[in-house]
Design a protein around this ligand. Structure first.
Ligand code: OAD
Length: 244
């Protein structure tokens, strides 16, 4: 993508955002990359000899909850010192200017909220929250490391990380709200997601079919780049602050 066409695309999006009353953002791991969070499909690395996909499953937790919790303690330790970058901060400012703004994220790092975003729908949960495996009680717990094994204050059962694991379904209430917003927005920004994991991957397409201007911001082309109204190649931390 030439510099000229990047600038032209940025102008198109700027004009659309200046007019828009309702905006939805869908973010993925790429928006947090410049904060130091490894992406899923970049080189994520192994923890001990395990791949994340082997431990972030209900089966792994049933088999060995301590091992899975040790893995999450390691991930919490990696995330604890990280701070929001320019992309997160710009989106928090955009929210203040609009009457209708919803940020749908696949990220579990909590960096959007730390940047000041308020209306956030976390499709895949939040690593700083713990959930009781028996009564479902949900609480925030930012201790690093979390003393193992954590148990519920109410019923004494084992707590688990409040994240969606491979093979689990998303919270239907959150998903319904996300679809509702996607279907009624005028502009949708799709930032730093590879578009490989459903249902988030097809949300941009749905918004586009319903008449929204859909804008992708990604370092690399994705399977959806040609379908969206505008696709801008670049780093989220550099492009997003220029959009409004
Ligand atoms: P991926 O790791 O699949 O994709 C990250 C995307 O961000 C890639 O398309 C990169 O090109 C792009 N990217 C990297 N750095 C960037 C930057 N600085 N600026 C802009 N774009 C950048 O992450 P997700 O799409 O979020 O689910 O992955 C979706 C889901 O897959 C995750 O939420 C996770 C995983 O399975 C669960 O854990 C349930």
């Amino acid at each position: 993508m030439s510099q000229h066409s990047v600038e032209k695309s940025i102008c198109t999006v700027r004009d659309a955002l200046a007019e828009a009353k309702s905006v939805v953002v869908l973010s993925g791991a790429g928006i947090s990359a410049e904060s130091g969070v490894p992406t899923f499909r970049g080189q994520g690395g192994l923890w001990r000899q395990y791949r994340a996909t082997d431990l972030a499953t209900p089966e792994a937790f049933a088999r060995d909850p301590k091992l899975v919790w040790e893995f999450y303690n390691w991930r919490r330790e990696l995330l604890e010192p990280l701070r929001p970058n320019a992309a997160h901060l710009s989106l928090a400012k955009l929210e203040n200017r609009l009457s209708s703004f919803v940020l749908i994220t696949q990220n579990i790092d909590g960096l959007h909220q730390m940047a000041g975003s308020r209306n956030v729908l976390e499709l895949h949960g939040n690593i700083w929250k713990v959930r009781c495996t028996a009564c479902g009680r949900l609480t925030e717990d930012r201790r690093v490391p979390l003393p193992l094994l954590p148990t519920c204050e109410d019923c004494g059962a084992l707590l688990r990380p409040h994240v969606v694991w491979f093979g689990e379904t998303l919270d239907p209430g959150i998903l319904d709200r996300a679809y509702e917003e996607v279907l009624r927005c005028e502009v949708m920004l799709v930032i730093g997601t590879s578009g490989t994991v459903q249902p988030a991957a097809s949300m941009g397409m749905l918004a586009g079919r319903n008449g929204a201007l859909v804008v992708e911001i990604n370092l690399e082309p994705t399977p959806y780049s040609d379908i969206y109204s505008v696709s801008i190649a670049g780093k989220a931390g550099e492009i997003v602050p220029q959009l409004f």
